[in-house]
Design a protein around this ligand. Structure first.
Ligand code: ADP
Ligand code: MG
Length: 693
């Protein structure tokens, strides 16, 4: 339960005065619908209105603030002309310019001879000082109403900076005094303010240094958020670690048999990670390990070999893939090898229905099936194992934490391996999994072909199509990936359909189209035709991102590559690495191309090392975007920015471990304060979710 001291912060925005329904909707899109969301909405800059030199010294293009006297009004002859008001101080005159003036509001606001303090941008025309639409006008008797430093926030249509400043000021009145949760010595050493003070300074910058993400206030806030994240992960992790599992120790007969029928030798990286996983499987404790390996690094075999440990112990194992295509591909590989060593496997997807499904579930429940391969269909309630000891989740970032846990719940003390082809930088692994056990296949099997990557503007599309036509004639196949349009699958789709139609005019029946809105069966049918070589060119949205293996397809064109995440581009490119010949990847970009985007594309051109690419992407874009946060389920921090604060993350990780070592149940005085911190950053829900496992 959230402590009551935090209630005001988690109250709905409507509870603040002056925030109505319509405004709430806008605010919700901008930052969230609770008071605390406003406070987490940190400024991007500020406007300094402190310049109040005499008018004669005011500078062109700069904000000027000062006391003036109204001299006269120049009423325009027609509505198209602006309304002008002449004002002056002791040194010079200034013309205030207003477009679209209605009624007499302006004469009321600026009676002749009245004294006003105004602030706005100075422009100089023909030596004449002008200011169009002053930002602020206050009575000379109320100078306190002029904000000398105006904080600037990221905005959205319908919300002005003035409104936001007001609301955030109001929200701030709801911030309670909270007991310090950070280590006092560390605070002193870092010269960080208290939480409340840091929040105040962050919203009221006095100079440019205060805006910097590396300022003491911003660092303090980032560290609070990171510590909450690391602490909650460490709590969960600690609980899992002390949970008794069961040991899957065995003589390794099945593994030996499998290795003897395997058409290749394992790479040394594969051998190493198998040993790491097995040491967990053999131990008395429950395993929760992450296996990272680039596309094509051979994770499936690692999965299979380690699953044989469960089988040899008389238990069952399951592997879950994010799509049917992938599940089928796993099933093909695994069942073929397993058939040779007398291990029974089965594939369960939503396509398997009726009698076949019933039969399968029966065999699963009585233990005839040793290894089950499937999609999220494995989660269905009626799927009951006789004795599931080991569950593997492939391509994890597409599944939520909940799903991951619900599979492990189908077994008794089930060991869990999470596999991902997305190279995740160490820092991001920390934010998602905490100090989770972690294995990495950092070597590709021999014989992989390099891919040449070219970067060019969309304006060269015709040349690309011509070159493509020549290559397709020699029998090569190719992928054509269409732009990702954020937030809208519909637009994605129309872009892909349009491209498909225009390419069809050139390549006729040799072109196929797959996209996310197609039925699984339709999609599979097109993929199959591509696999069989009846289709030469496959136009797609990113649905082909994961897993598809067509060795004859060695060319890939990506339209608007600048809109993709680097990790995503890397995955896409991985598709053409397993080919009969060296691959060729053409990344086409549209204008305008920012310098960061250009750098990112150049990174793709320069290296094929997924881990390097991921690190680079993290540096260039920050953590939130790296995996396309929405589908990735990766943490999107609100106050911390991993491109700047990754060192703090490492410290927070160590700090969290130390805290729990000294005070495992957070009972001490600081422990209690830390509990408040967890609730402040809404880690309560995370903890509950994890507790369920
Ligand atoms: P991923 O890590 O992307 O899941 P896969 O497990 O699908 O990779 O393996 C990609 C391909 O490499 C498969 O065809 C697999 O049979 C092959 N492979 C795996 N390990 C080796 C190896 N040690 N030597 C040669 N080929 C291998
Ligand atoms: Mg795979």
């Amino acid at each position: 339960m959230r402590p009551s001291i935090l209630y005001p912060l988690f109250a709905p925005l409507e509870t603040l005065s002056g925030i109505g329904k319509r405004y709430c909707v806008l605010m919700n899109n901008l930052c969230g619908d609770k008071v605390i969301d406003l406070l987490w909405h940190l400024p991007s800059g500020f406007i300094d209105r402190r310049c109040n030199v005499p008018l004669s010294q005011a500078l062109d293009g700069k904000i000027w603030t000062g006391k003036v006297r109204v001299v006269e009004h120049a009423v325009p002859k027609n509505k198209k002309q602006p309304y002008r008001i002449v004002v002056e101080d002791n040194t010079d005159q200034l013309i205030l310019v207003f477009f679209k003036v209605f009624g007499d509001s302006i004469t009321k606001q600026f009676p002749v001879d009245a004294e006003k303090i105004i602030s706005g941008k100075i422009e100089i025309f023909n030596k004449q000082l002008q200011m169009s639409h002053p930002d602020y006008v206050v009575d000379a008797s109320k100078p306190e109403q002029m904000p000398l430093i105006e904080t600037v926030y990221p905005l959205t249509a319908g919300i002005t900076n003035k409104m936001l400043n007001k609301q955030i000021f109001q929200a701030f009145t709801q911030v309670p005094e909270l007991a310090e949760w950070q280590d006092e010595h560390y605070l002193v050493q870092q010269k960080w303010p208290s939480f409340k003070e840091a929040l105040w300074v962050a919203h009221h910058p006095q100079n440019f240094a205060d805006i910097e993400l590396s300022s003491p206030a911003r660092q303090r806030l980032a560290y609070d958020e990171l510590l909450a994240n690391q602490l909650s992960l460490a709590i969960v992790r600690g609980r899992l670690k002390t949970q008794k599992g069961r040991s899957l120790t065995n003589s390794g007969e099945l593994k030996k048999k499998l290795l003897s029928v395997l058409p290749f030798a394992l790479t040394s990286a594969q051998k190493r990670v198998i040993a790491e996983i097995e040491s967990d499987l053999f131990s008395e404790y429950r395993m929760l390990r992450l296996l990272q390996g680039d596309v094509g690094s051979g994770k499936t075999i690692v999965a299979l070999i380690t699953m044989l440990n469960a089988v040899e112990c008389g238990c069952q194992a399951a592997i879950m893939a994010p799509t049917e295509i992938l599940a089928e591909q796993h099933a093909e590989t695994i069942s073929e090898l397993c058939a040779k060593i007398g291990v029974k496997t089965a594939l369960l997807t939503s396509n398997i229905k009726g009698k076949a499904r019933k039969q399968l579930l029966h065999e699963l429940a009585n233990g005839d099936i040793n290894i089950l391969i499937g999609t999220h269909a494995l989660f269905t309630e009626d799927v009951v194992f006789k004795d599931l000891a080991y569950a593997i989740v492939d391509e994890q970032h597409r599944f939520g934490v909940k799903q991951r846990l619900s599979l492990s719940q189908k077994g008794r003390f089930c060991d869990v391996l999470v596999m991902t082809a997305t190279p995740i930088p160490r820092t991001l692994v920390l934010t998602q999994f905490g100090d989770m056990e972690y294995s990495k296949i950092d070597e590709l099997p021999a014989g992989r072909k390099p891919v040449t990557t070219t970067v060019m503007p969309l304006s060269k599309m015709n040349n690309v199509v011509e070159a493509l036509a020549r290559k397709l004639q020699t029998g090569t196949q190719a992928y054509w990936v269409c732009p990702l349009v954020e937030e809208s699958e519909k637009i994605d789709l129309s872009a892909a359909t349009e491209r498909f139609e225009s390419l069809q005019k050139i390549f006729g029946n040799n072109v196929g189209l797959v996209h996310g809105k197609m039925k699984e069966a339709e999609k599979n049918a097109v993929m199959e035709e591509f696999k069989q070589g009846r289709l030469k060119l496959l136009v797609s949205t990113t649905v082909i991102e994961v897993g598809v293996n067509v060795p004859n397809a060695t060319i890939m064109v990506v339209e608007h590559a600048e809109r993709f995440g680097l990790a995503q581009l890397h995955q896409l490119r991985g598709r053409i690495k397993r080919g009969y010949e060296a691959g060729s990847c053409i990344l086409m970009y549209g204008y305008p191309l920012s310098s960061v985007s250009r750098e990112r594309l150049n990174t793709m051109k320069a290296t094929e090392d997924g881990f390097l690419i991921a690190e680079e992407d993290l540096k260039l874009r920050g953590g939130g975007e790296i995996l396309g946060t929405k589908q990735s389920g990766f943490n999107n921090f609100r106050l911390a920015d991993l491109s700047v604060h990754s060192d703090l993350l490492l410290t927070a990780s160590k700090d969290a471990a130390l805290i729990l070592q000294k005070d495992p149940n957070l009972q001490s005085e600081r422990g209690q304060a830390l509990r408040t911190l967890l609730y402040l950053f809404e880690q309560d829900t995370a903890i509950k979710t994890y507790n369920a496992g």
